[in-house]
Design a protein around this ligand. Structure first.
Ligand code: RIB
Length: 334
């Protein structure tokens, strides 16, 4: 196994020069850099990252804790995180909690035992336990997608769920809907609560009665089940707001199962878009979150926090983007 000394001898430079080239940790003239890179190739030298990490007390790895690896919204967040981590020379350790807070505590502890330099977490519920574990370990933490219970208490990068849902509520009111419903995720998930609140505020600002609000678990099955319940009501809601992508698909399945049509019988709007490469005919009117940008910005904030651990926490709130398609239908007859 070639050593730094073998490379230095072959390149005719000092071992310090080799170390600077390998670790990008200091000035090296282009001429010497070329000689060192040639010698690295010829000797097949592989840096010993464990030894280097012992010296630098860094592992050049970051952890990402996410609640549902099957959801395309989260996979696009991961795409943004992984790309930014790679550009920064970091390895990403990805874990999935299946929306279970107890599982989140377990995987966060495992990532901390592996000495990650920083942690990104999309909390399954509240972020208090994860924040405590990271603080005790002295590891910077950035919360992604879901706001912490206490505003301003911790770094967070998220999309404006409330604003996106508000826009969809205003859209349905502008189309003439008067009796509407919202189906959302668990009451302990901040994005589920914020979306219901934004939608409800918009609808009531337009003078409509408060919308029916049902809490499920952000799954397709839950969307189907809640919509079957809504369609039995008399009067039946003329429009449904689904607070995430899976709920919207479940709503469509239920409406069609009942022999009804979207939007002719029930208008449908959703938060989160479905990736264009997964949908044959984009149909759903959505407020979409900038998932990949959310991931990239979260890594940038984490790197900043690693460098400046004492700086005050920041919140980065990204706007959603409204795309109107066929599922919200035409204005109702007056
Ligand atoms: O699909 C799960 C939802 O909860 C997504 O919309 C995401 O924003 C998360 O908070």
């Amino acid at each position: 196994m070639a050593t730094v000394l073998d490379v230095a001898k072959r390149a005719g430079v000092s071992p310090m020069t080799v170390s600077r080239v390998v670790n990008s940790s200091g000035p090296v003239s282009p001429k010497l850099r070329t000689r060192v890179e040639k010698a690295l190739k010829e000797t097949g030298y592989v840096p010993n990252s464990v030894a280097r990490n012992l010296r630098t007390k860094r592992t050049d790895t970051i952890g990402l804790v996410m609640p549902d690896i099957t959801n395309p919204f989260f996979t696009h967040v991961v795409r943004g995180v992984e790309g930014a981590a790679r550009d920064a020379g970091l390895l990403l350790l990805l874990t999935n909690t299946d929306q279970r807070p107890d599982e989140e505590a377990r995987v966060v502890s495992m990532l901390l035992q592996r000495q990650v330099d920083g942690m990104l977490a999309i909390p399954a519920g509240t972020c208090a336990e994860t924040a405590r574990l990271c603080k005790d370990a002295g590891v910077p933490l950035v919360i992604v997608d879901r706001r912490p219970e206490t505003p301003g208490s911790i770094d967070v990068v998220r999309a404006d769920s409330e604003g996106g849902a508000y826009e969809l509520g205003k859209l349905l009111a502008s189309l003439g809907h008067r009796y509407v419903a919202a189906i959302t995720g668990p009451a302990y998930v901040p994005t589920a609560v914020d979306r219901a609140a934004g939608f409800s505020q918009a609808v009531q600002e337009e003078g409509l009665p408060p919308p029916i609000i049902l809490h499920g678990d952000f799954s397709l099955e839950s969307g189907h089940e809640m919509t079957m319940e809504l369609m039995k009501l008399d009067p039946r809601p003329t429009a449904v707001f689904a607070a995430n992508n899976f709920l919207a698909i479940g709503t469509q399945h239920a409406v069609e199962e009942l022999g009804l049509r979207v939007p002719e019988d029930v208008a449908l709007v959703g938060l989160d878009d479905l990736p264009a490469d997964m949908v044959t005919f984009p149909f759903l009117t959505v407020a979409a979150q900038p998932a990949e940008e959310m991931g990239r910005r979260a890594v940038a904030l984490l790197l900043k926090r690693i460098k400046e651990p004492g700086a005050p926490p920041e919140e980065i709130l990204l706007p959603t983007e409204l795309t109107i398609r066929r599922s919200s239908g035409d204005p109702l007859p007056v």
